[in-house]
Write a protein that binds this ligand. Structure first.
Ligand code: ADE
Length: 229
């Protein structure tokens, strides 16, 4: 069983259109879609925005539906200046930029007995790079930092870049990374850029959410062809 997770309805819909949904299960104030793609069994859902929602949905996919991998598809704000709206990035690792226990001497993002960075699966990332090559599209790799805030400030974005070495920002990757680390399940994080996380990012996000979600979904489907359950 492969888990496909998004944060928002707009991110999941273009994925759902491309698979064969066989069953819809209402559970935990959410809707889970069992589906088939080329004989592979999938469980799909959008969690709703944010770290708690995405961590909960990832946990349900793993514990209730038996997902053996979690693939995330959606949109992100760009930190690196070479990332333009519509460009794709995969995470090498994810982190939580809003975790702050510095008053106790810990580095930003660190929770005792946990970690700052959660590694994404190298094999899945290698498949993504192969697929991008075949499709002739640019695919960036970098750290994605997450927090329960929509970032729309140059200053905050710079702080996240400087502190975590992040290339892009979202509101879920660090949480799903933590869950998949806890359960030792391979995690793949794919995002298409919807905005530059600076002043005015909210306007761009609304404008490009659907378009960039489609870019991410299309790529994910190409990748699925190369992945075993
Ligand atoms: N997802 C897409 N754009 C974002 C931003 N600017 N901040 C946080 N999450 C995002």
């Amino acid at each position: 069983m492969i888990g496909i997770l998004c944060a928002m309805r707009e991110e999941l819909e273009p994925v759902l259109e491309k698979v064969e949904v066989t069953e819809i299960i209402e559970y935990a104030r959410n809707r889970f879609y069992k589906a088939k793609f080329q004989n592979k069994n999938l469980i799909l859902a959008y969690s709703k925005i944010g770290k708690v929602n995405s961590a909960t949905t990832a946990t349900i996919m793993i514990e209730k539906f038996g997902a053996k991998k979690i693939l995330f598809s959606g949109v992100a704000g760009a930190i690196d200046s070479d990332l333009k709206i519509g460009d794709l990035i995969i995470a090498t690792k994810t982190t939580q930029h809003d975790v702050d226990l510095r008053v106790f001497g810990y580095e930003p993002g660190y929770i005792p007995e946990s970690r700052v960075f959660f590694d994404c699966d190298k094999k899945l990332n290698d498949i993504a790079k192969k697929v991008a090559n075949k499709m002739g599209i640019k695919l960036k790799e970098g750290i994605i930092a997450s927090g329960d805030q929509f970032i729309h400030s140059k200053e905050k974005k710079e702080w996240i870049r400087k502190t975590f070495g992040a290339s892009a920002i979202d509101m879920e990757g660090g949480a799903v990374g933590c869950v998949t680390w806890i359960f030792d399940v391979p995690f793949f994080m794919l995002r298409a850029i919807s905005d530059t996380a600076e002043e005015g990012a909210g306007v761009d996000f609304d404008k490009f959410l659907e378009e960039s979600s489609e870019v991410s979904a299309k790529f994910l489907i190409q990748m699925l062809k190369e992945i075993n359950e």
